[in-house]
Design a protein around this ligand. Sequence first.
Ligand SMILES: [Zn+2]
Length: 82
Amino acid sequence: METCYFCRKGILENKKVTVDFRWGDKLFVIEEVPAKVCNECGEKYYSAEVSRAMEKIAIEGKKEKVIEVPLARLPETPSTVA
Ligand SMILES: [Zn+2]
């Protein structure tokens, strides 16, 4: 069994995930991505092959459909800690 490199206690499970993939100023939402997901912290790991495939989608601008994504910004807050 593989453990998570990030939190060092979680176990990695093979799953299909939806990835918010940023490429430059574009955001691609890619579904059905095979990944190893930590059952503790949720960190996702992709193989080099999968990463390349996602880059290819972004470079070629491949898409099934375009979805509307609300973009918001937090108002100015005096401090980041409570
Ligand atoms: Zn983890």
